[in-house]
Design a protein around this ligand. Structure first.
Ligand code: MLT
Length: 247
């Protein structure tokens, strides 16, 4: 197994992902929100690339069956049911429903890699479950895709990619690309202070300034949700956790 990291989204266009699991990481906050919604029994998350697309998608469903969520500049969109705060995606709000979600960077990244062998959504919250799945399918490569911020590098996504790269090297003896080694080094440097690193990050600081410090702290929690969000036919569903040897 070879593990590569795309530290910014545009970098991955040139890569062949036909035998790879693409792991989309947007720690603050889209990946964390998707993972939380699925942990709270939403039926599926339908990612939208724009507010307009989300509204069009919603028009195809009847009202009790879906919730419409999303953000612009971190704040809930006017007329939408929910923003992009993981805490809003409680069981009471989302169980049994479709979640149509439009975020600035994360949901766009989810829709980019249709040619991949498998696409999953990952963050710190579900690291244990996703790592277990990746480590037990050693016949394919792994591309950790950092969603970043408006095409730019985000330290929180690199830290999370570094955790995955570092663990896969240890668990499966995976070979790391240069960018995977760089991400792993960043993670090793901050592994004891992930919450502080997220709070100090540019987007973490911004989220705190608009009242979402609790979200940042929540998104720093590691391996607390046993959920593997898998992209299937442009939807994100909860993948069953498989035993050793299954993939
Ligand atoms: C995004 O997709 O850009 C983020 O999830 C923004 C946010 O923190 O809401």
């Amino acid at each position: 197994m070879r593990v590569d990291v795309s530290l910014i989204p545009g970098e991955v266009a040139a890569k062949d992902v036909s035998n790879a699991a693409v792991v989309v990481i947007d720690v603050l906050r889209a990946s964390s929100t998707v993972t939380t919604a699925l942990a709270n029994s939403c039926e599926e998350v339908i990612p939208a690339e724009s507010i307009e697309e989300a509204i069009t998608l919603a028009s195809g469903y009847s009202r009790p069956d879906y919730v419409l969520g999303g953000e612009r500049r971190g704040l809930a969109v006017d007329g939408f049911d929910l923003g992009n705060s993981p805490g809003e995606y409680s069981e009471a709000r989302v169980a049994g429903k479709k979640v149509i979600l439009a975020t600035t960077n994360g949901t766009r990244a989810v829709k980019q890699y249709g040619g991949a062998r498998e696409i999953v959504v990952a963050c710190f919250l579900n690291a244990g479950a996703v790592l277990h799945m990746l480590a037990t399918a050693e016949d394919r490569d792994v591309l950790l895709l950092c969603a970043g911020q408006d095409g730019r590098f985000s330290i929180e996504d690199a830290l999370c990619a570094g955790l995955y790269a570092s663990e896969l090297a240890q668990l499966s003896g995976a070979a790391l690309s240069d960018s995977a080694r760089a991400a792993a080094a960043i993670y090793e440097h901050r592994r004891g202070s992930i919450e502080d690193a997220l709070t100090e990050s540019e987007h973490g600081t911004y989220l705190a300034s608009i009242g979402f410090l609790d979200d940042v702290r929540y998104c720093a929690r590691q391996s607390v949700l046993d959920v593997i969000p898998k992209v299937y036919d442009r939807r994100v569903i909860r993948r069953a956790r498989l035993g050793p040897g299954e993939s």
